[in-house]
Design a protein around this ligand. Structure first.
Ligand code: FAD
Length: 484
């Protein structure tokens, strides 16, 4: 789609000519996010520096009916920030200021381009931290976290992004600015904050966020247990939770992932382990000590053959080293890998892991598993070699794994979002009426469907059909049917 010249001049006036990108070689940087298999070239990338500039950009796009996509750091793994071909990308990287630290209220107000870890860095000296901790936290932005309702290893106890956002500013597709919530919890009226967090950039562009930060715990203790198999480790996970212990983090890695981590960063995990469990406990010292004893007892009862404890930062960092580098470490075992993200009820973990093993054999591709076991949030890593023509087989295997999660009563995504990757799987989990309701909600914010079209909700419903801004059905056009 060729955009009108008047739009370019208006965008340049809104944000300054140096912040409007149109050269093909520079546009290429924005053609995909972390899901690199999906690519599309935008016609223009705009980098606004304030809510007012975002407002001016969206007003111009709205007038010309130009679809746009918000972009943070582009680390998303579901194609959420993949551009609409020929449309606009609104990149929020210049809006990276911490606006206010109000630690008496345990609140921090930030612009959307602030990196996740920078929030904790800003408050750590005063004894606070920002709990949602995606593994990409050094670079991924708060705007992206809000859009994806991102999680991380420590969300089992402390909650996901949605539990740490108390207010935000949103610019709607027509340029209207909406303020939701503030520093207080639970604002009156319907939970619109809850609607925006996790909406994957489909309802507007977030330009300011008020975050809740929490006090650093008095004591943190990390335990590592080595097991013969993921079955035994999975049983320990269920037993720990059933015993009433709520760890801050409860993570599992399987044999292949341990092998990759050893090759990449040599964390020295128990030799020959078929699975390791990492359990982090935090809170008041006496409770942590009691919980640690319970966890160790359960791990031994479930067959752990080695236990390690870490009480100080250096020892803890060593135990976490392998887990934190697990995704990247897969590069030691294969040229390409696809990260799947699905959820299963915790009790189904051993069954689903066995199913994944069988699927891996049937597709003749290796799968490593590293995951938030406490949440039942699996991240199977499908290893393949694109140059050997294995891409399609890898995609089919990743899809079959997702089907196994759904068959077990689980969900399409735990934290990476639906984006463009899984939109066509939504009817597998939601009824036609559910999807129609989602669509109506979306239209209430963005009647013309300009904001991140083609993501999350399959429009139209079938995968093979062309996504994009809403196109009226012929019956609507001649006035026989009406879209609600
Ligand atoms: C190595 C690696 C590890 C990861 N680990 C985790 C993990 O542990 N947990 C986890 O949850 N995720 C993880 N992710 C996925 C990703 O980092 C998160 O989804 C993150 O929140 C994306 O942030 P971003 O700034 O990169 O957003 P982008 O990728 O730029 O965008 C993601 C979505 O947010 C929308 N968006 C961005 N900014 C705004 C805004 N201001 N207003 C409205 N919409 C906006 C975009 O349109 C898009 O739909 C990982 C990714 C990688 C590459």
């Amino acid at each position: 789609m060729a955009l009108p010249a008047v739009l370019f001049s208006e965008l340049r006036e809104a944000v300054g000519p140096e912040h409007v990108i149109t050269e093909p070689e520079r546009l290429r940087v924005y053609e995909c996010d972390g899901l690199t298999g999906h690519r599309a070239m935008p016609e223009v990338v705009v980098l606004p520096d304030s809510t007012e500039e975002v407002q001016a950009v969206l007003r111009a796009c709205h007038r010309e009916r130009v679809p746009f996509v918000a972009r943070g750091a582009g680390t998303g793994l579901s194609g959420g920030a993949t551009p609409f071909a020929g449309g606009a990308v609104v990149a929020l990287s210049r809006m990276n200021r911490i606006v206010e630290l109000d630690l008496e209220s345990q609140r921090v107000v930030v612009e959307p381009g602030v990196a996740n870890l920078d929030v904790t860095r800003a408050v750590a000296g005063a004894g606070f931290f920002f709990a949602p901790d995606p593994s990409s936290q050094q670079v991924c932005t708060i705007g992206g976290n809000v859009a994806e309702n991102s999680g991380g290893a420590h969300c089992l106890k402390h909650g996901f992004t949605v539990h740490h956002v108390t207010g935000l500013t949103l610019v709607l597709a027509d340029g209207e600015v909406v303020e939701l919530g503030g520093k207080a919890l639970d604002p009156a009226g319907p939970d619109l904050l809850g609607v925006i967090v996790g909406s994957e950039g489909t309802l507007g562009i977030v330009t300011q966020v008020t975050l809740r930060v929490v006090r650093q715990p008095e004591t943190v203790r990390t335990l590592l247990a080595g097991f013969e198999s993921t079955d035994a480790a999975g049983e320990a996970v269920s037993e720990i939770v059933a015993a009433g212990v709520l760890p801050a983090a409860l993570e599992m890695m399987d044999r292949l992932t341990i092998e990759a981590a050893e090759l990449a960063v040599a964390p020295g995990y128990p030799a020959g382990a078929g699975a390791v469990l990492l359990v982090e406990l935090d809170g008041v010292g006496s409770q942590v000590a009691e919980d640690a004893d319970t966890v160790e007892r359960i791990c031994l009862e479930c067959g752990a053959f080695e236990l390690r404890r870490a009480d100080d930062d250096a020892a803890r960092a060593l135990l976490w080293k392998g887990r934190k580098s697990a995704f990247a470490a897969m590069g030691r075992l294969a040229t390409d890998y696809y990260v799947q993200d699905g959820v299963v009820p915790r009790t189904q973990l051993p069954t689903v892991l066995r199913r994944i093993e069988a699927l891996s054999r049937a597709h003749d591709l290796r799968v490593g598993n590293v995951f938030h076991a406490g949440d039942g949030n699996l991240h199977p890593l499908v290893l393949y070699d694109a140059e050997q023509g294995e891409t399609e087989r890898a995609r089919k295997l990743a899809e079959a794994i997702l089907e196994a999660c759904l068959d077990a009563g689980g969900s399409l995504t735990g934290e990476h979002g639906v984006g463009m990757d899984k939109a066509c799987r939504m009817p597998r989990m939601f009824s036609e009426r559910d999807l129609a309701t989602f669509e109506r909600l979306r239209r209430a914010f963005d009647p013309e469907g300009l904001c991140n079209p083609g993501k999350v909700i399959p429009t139209p419903r079938l995968c093979g059909e062309v996504p994009g801004p809403y196109r009226a059905h012929p019956l609507e056009r001649i006035g026989i049917a009406e879209r609600l």
